[in-house]
Design a protein around this ligand. Structure first.
Ligand code: FFO
Ligand code: GTP
Ligand code: MG
Length: 438
């Protein structure tokens, strides 16, 4: 891929390419206002337009034919999303009309943007730091209210401001070390003392952020849950109940489900891929045996197994995957522990809560007010930063100049998270994952 640029005039469709009431074509770069004014019916008005205002008129091609009636949003340099001079064309959402607008823009020297190029420019002009830029894409692709809200919080600078606070603490520590370096022989200065408590508090805050990553992942990517148990245990009945559909065949005949079936559902806002499997038993039937083999493979690959135990049956767990043991058909025989009946609905609420709890086990559920993170890149760097800080704590007796180097590397890891310290290659990979027009 060609490298991203800044300030060159670019355009992209910011809304889906489909017939719609209105479509927005974004442009950005030096001179776009004058360039577009040359193909606009109210040239003078556009050239004189103040920043952040709207101008209504017609786009007109070189032959003088009207291309579309539009509203232009005008941004002067230093304003708007990218911080560059920009015009957003609010056009009619006609595919042919849009094609004409694209060729008109090309004809006046405005080139099609690359994926993520607008956000790249917003970053390069300091409108967003890297945690905010990543939040843009996370926001667009979020699938739950919770994921959307947490991405928005990061976009608004929630993570950025916390990292800046940590940065200023570390900078202060480094400064106090550098004072020692400058006056090493001066006896007026007291020896440098490691600010243990402060560093430990920073580590605690960072670890809280790291824990939110796994919870975030589960809300974003969902979990794979397998219903297992011996034949006739009631797996298909529970599958239908949890997916609120009548997908799986239920019958009193043991061995009804031969191959697994899957459906998407949510368990308390967590997206779940739920699998109903063939009952586990020794079987001479070739098809059924293959079904059972597949069930076992599925169990190995899943995040959670719900093992149903019929009345009178012994518990039999033989696999490593996290498992919730549930006694089924509780209406026939009352038993202790987590017990359900798909007939009466008894225990289903408790089971759902238990599944939710298991899926979030070990993750921070973010009720604590911790800012949550959604990017593997950020998570890895936060882990690296915690390691560096622990390393600093365990090297109390190092000389002041070595200690200063340690603090500098901690600061440089922090800078990588926010994008202050970075390189083209990282930026290219990061922004190229964005959608077109962003
Ligand atoms: N039309 C449009 N809608 C959009 C965007 C956009 O770029 N264009 N956004 C893109 O993702 C989001 C909003 N982001 C934006 C960020 C800054 C400014 C802007 O013009 N800022 C003003 C200051 C406004 C203020 O004072 O609050 C400025 O810079 O002058 C506009 C949109 C969502 N909606
Ligand atoms: N009394 C009672 N019967 C149930 C309950 N759940 C399921 N059954 C009945 O038990 C039988 C087997 O149910 P299924 O859901 O097909 O069981 P399964 O585990 O999918 O069975 P296989 O697919 O053969 O492995 C059916 O006749 C159901 O109506 C329950 O909670 N109470
Ligand atoms: Mg079944």
């Amino acid at each position: 891929m060609d490298a991203y640029t800044t300030n060159e005039p670019i355009y992209a469709l910011a809304t889906p390419y489909a017939p719609s009431a209105i479509a927005i074509v974004r442009t950005s770069g030096d001179g776009v206002i004058n360039l577009i004014a040359n193909v606009f019916s109210r040239k003078e008005k556009l050239i004189k337009a103040k920043s952040n205002t709207l101008v209504h008129g017609c786009l007109v091609d070189q032959a003088g034919d009207s291309v579309d009636e539009v509203v232009l949003a005008v941004y002067r340099e230093g304003h708007g999303y990218t911080g560059e001079e920009a015009i957003e064309i609010n056009a009619h959402g006609s595919l042919t009309g849009l094609k004409r607008i694209f060729s008109l823009l090309e004809s006046i020297g405005i080139k099609q943007a690359k994926k993520g190029e607008f956000t790249y420019r917003a970053f390069m002009h300091g409108r967003l730091d890297l945690t905010q830029a990543e939040a843009v894409e996370e926001l667009i692709s979020s699938k739950s209210v919770r994921g959307q809200a947490s991405a928005l919080e990061r976009l608004e600078g929630g993570l950025k401001s916390r990292l800046l606070k940590i940065k200023s603490s570390l900078v202060e520590m480094l400064a106090s070390l550098e004072v020692q370096l400058d006056y090493a022989e001066d006896e007026i200065l007291e020896d440098w003392v490691m600010p243990r408590e402060e560093i430990n508090n920073i580590i605690k805050a960072l670890e809280e952020m790291i824990r939110t990553y796994s919870a975030g992942t589960i809300y974003r990517e969902g979990a794979k849950i397998v219903l297992a148990g011996s034949t006739n245990a009631g797996k298909s009945s529970l599958f239908n109940l949890l997916t609120k559909e009548d997908r799986a065949i239920v019958s009193p005949i043991a061995g009804t489900t031969r191959d697994y079936i899957e459906a998407y559902t949510t368990i308390m806002d967590i997206p779940v891929r739920l699998f109903d499997t063939a009952g586990l038993r020794d079987s001479d039937d070739v098809i059924e045996s293959e079904g059972i083999k597949r069930s076992e493979r599925l169990i190995d690959e899943s995040d959670l197994v719900i093992l149903l135990i019929s009345p009178g049956e012994e518990e039999h767990i033989t696999w490593k995957t996290k498992t919730i043991v549930v006694k089924s058909k509780n209406d026939l025989e009352k038993r202790d522990g987590l017990a359900i009946s798909t007939l009466s609905g008894e225990g289903i609420g408790a089971l759902i809560e238990r599944i939710h709890e298991e899926l979030l086990n070990g993750c921070d559920n973010s009720e604590s007010g911790a800012i949550s993170i959604d990017s593997e890149r950020q998570r890895d760097l936060l882990v690296k930063l915690v390691e560096m800080l622990r390393f600093i704590l365990s090297n109390e007796n190092e000389s002041v100049d070595i200690m200063a180097l340690f603090f500098q590397s901690a600061l440089s890891i922090l800078g990588e998270i926010t994008g202050e310290v970075t390189n083209e290659e990282i930026l290219d990979t990061l922004f190229s994952k964005f959608c077109l027009g962003k």
